[in-house]
Design a protein around this ligand. Structure first.
Ligand code: ADP
Ligand code: MG
Length: 289
């Protein structure tokens, strides 16, 4: 019977760490056309590390200023910068009014004057990034790094390149979805060059430079164009997109907010559990029909 098939699919999922909040989730997951994946922490480990300090002569000032500013942020990039400053035994000056600028960076007053850590695009808008600095940032981004500029209102201190590692099974999962006829798109606030390199390595499409609100719009567009969208994300900033999608799936080690908002959760942080969830849902609905 229908309720029995659904109930056994829910418990079969739960045994392998795929938690679904009710039978309606199985029905919706079976008809998904496209899956939108958050990049940082979902397709990647979400543990970036500092890979380059540019120019090297400015390393100490770069790390001291950036670490002071990033005390006001809980972003993975902030954690990476604070960890590197600690590892290099940098004395971090006190900061006041440290705060995040969502989707752009962070700022604080450090040593009596404002300081910023933000995307190269934001630094360019502030007028502190010259053509040569922009070209250097673009080069690092094409190599797959995320680049942040560290600056004062009137001058650039330098650039910090950070690298995050794709999850070991991410490319395999995207391949499995393709074989199942399901589209996969990476949604990220990161810049288009870094996104193209990471998405290209995984064999998937991407939309980059998205502010949190743009992710909602992207999901609505994809839903209208191709059919039901599943969103997979891990962070507090993914909660609105998880809610907007027909099926929101939280990666289990992510934030409680993501878990609360989502329709389903993948407890073991395996990206291949996404195609597994779709396969389970399709098999269950196939039995019923
Ligand atoms: P994602 O979608 O990868 O989580 P976000 O929307 O959080 O990206 O951030 C987009 C971009 O804004 C980052 O790639 C970075 O350039 C910049 N940014 C955001 N927060 C910070 C921060 N705390 N420190 C430095 N840069 C930041
Ligand atoms: Mg994330």
């Amino acid at each position: 019977s229908v309720p029995a098939s659904i109930a056994s699919a829910l418990s079969a999922g739960a045994r392998r760490g795929l938690l679904m909040k009710g039978g309606a989730v199985i029905e919706a997951a079976a008809s998904v056309a496209t899956i939108a994946f958050d990049k940082t922490g979902t397709l990647t480990m979400g543990r970036p590390v500092v890979a380059a300090l540019v120019p090297p002569e400015a390393a100490a000032e770069l790390l001291a200023t950036a670490a002071a500013v990033e005390t006001g942020s809980s972003h993975p990039l902030a954690r990476a910068i604070l960890e590197r400053a600690a590892a290099d035994r940098i004395a971090v000056p006190p900061a006041t009014g440290a705060r995040a600028i969502p989707g752009r960076g962070a700022t604080a007053v450090v040593a009596g004057a404002p300081a910023f850590v933000a995307s190269p695009a934001t630094a360019e808008q502030a007028g502190v990034l010259g053509a040569q600095d922009l070209a250097r940032a673009a080069e690092l981004e094409t190599g797959g790094s995320t680049v942040v500029a560290v600056y004062r209102p009137d001058r650039l201190i330098g650039l910090i390149a950070l690298r995050d590692t794709p999850r070991a099974d991410a490319a395999k999962a995207i391949g499995q979805l393709r074989d199942m006829g399901v589209g996969a798109v990476m949604l990220t606030g990161d810049n288009p060059r870094t996104a193209a390199t990471v998405a290209g390595g995984l064999g998937m499409d991407y939309r980059a430079g998205l502010m949190p609100q743009d992710k909602l719009t992207a999901i609505r567009d994809m839903d209208g164009a191709a059919g039901p969208v599943m969103m997979v994300g891990d962070g507090i900033n993914d909660a609105p997109a998880l809610k907007q999608a027909r099926v929101g799936v939280a990666m289990g080690s992510g934030t409680d907010v993501a878990l609360e908002t989502a329709d389903a959760a993948i407890l073991r942080d395996r990206v291949t559990d996404v195609p597994a969830l779709i396969a389970l849902a399709r098999a269950t609905m196939g039995n019923i029909r």
